[in-house]
Design a protein around this ligand. Structure first.
Ligand code: KIV
Length: 271
């Protein structure tokens, strides 16, 4: 697969054009320089510096513990690795829920200190005022509806959201509110495919799905899940493209054998 060299840099306008032109948007998470560099050179459209870093990088059970300073560190590392893709940085739990001024200050810190291109925050009606204020300063905002992991203790489970009509209706309304507030795209996480399809058609901004079916305008996966680094997480929506855990284990075991047997280093591998 060759990277479309005509697009020098992906912007929120490029994404809008992709939706209008029927081209699907690809998004993956990354948290460090080296993987960001590989993903960008592979031609990915968007890198999300997700607060899933709390799980896959720090080993926490939820996304709640990660701090704004830690997200900024991850985002700085990612931005150093990219040339072409759009970088979206998650606003962590506790950095925007207090009020819109707090939300704005956190978004400004992310933009000033990381060089990222946009921020993402979770929620609908409750965060509309904050979104308007952030967008008003010229910072692009991506929304996130459906299974919003920062609310896991309210939901109690990571199961599919908006299966009932009342929650589906709220999601439909929230999606329109986020669009009106100025979001350039919305992540739809773990909701029925039919609902995601309906919402995607009702919006002029792109939707990016994760466990939300094929009718979304784009897809996102967590890199550790799709590359098989984290093999314990096997939800139905996940397609695993590699088994890195197995490959790395094999490589490291071979290295251990080579060290123990004095095969490594050989004469060519020393000075
Ligand atoms: O933090 C994250 O990785 C996310 C994706 C699951 C969309 O928000």
């Amino acid at each position: 697969m060759s990277v479309n060299k005509e697009i020098k840099k992906i912007t929120t306008h490029t994404l809008q054009k992709m939706k209008s032109g029927g081209e699907k948007i690809s998004m993956i998470t990354a948290y460090d320089f080296s993987f960001a560099k590989i993903f960008d050179a592979s031609g990915i459209d968007i890198i999300l510096v997700g607060d899933s870093a709390s799980n896959v990088m720090a080993g926490h059970e939820t996304t709640l513990p990660i701090t704004l300073d830690q997200m900024i560190y991850h985002a700085q590392s990612v931005v150093r690795g990219i040339e072409r893709c759009l970088v979206v940085v998650d606003m962590p739990f506790g950095s925007y829920q207090g009020n819109s001024k707090e939300a704005l200050n956190s978004a400004i810190r992310i933009m000033k200190e990381t060089g990222g291109h946009s921020v993402k925050l979770e929620g609908g009606e409750e965060v509309v005022e904050s979104i308007k204020r952030i967008v008003g300063t010229g910072v692009p905002v991506m929304g996130h509806l459906g299974l919003t992991p920062q609310s896991i203790y309210k939901f109690g489970t990571y199961t599919v959201r908006a299966k009932e009509e009342e929650e589906a209706d709220k999601l439909r309304r929230d999606a329109l509110l986020l669009q009106e507030a100025g979001c350039f795209a919305i992540v739809l996480e773990k909701i029925p495919a039919a609902l995601a399809s309906e919402v995607s058609k009702s919006l002029h901004i792109p939707t990016i799905g994760i466990g939300a079916g094929g009718a979304c305008d784009g897809q996102v996966l967590v890199m550790h899940d799709m590359l098989g680094i984290n093999t314990e997480f096997k939800p139905r929506f996940l397609r695993q493209y590699l088994n890195m855990s197995e490959q790395i284990t094999g490589a490291v075991q071979q290295y251990i054998r080579d060290v123990k047997s004095r095969d490594f280093p050989n004469e060519q591998e020393q000075y």
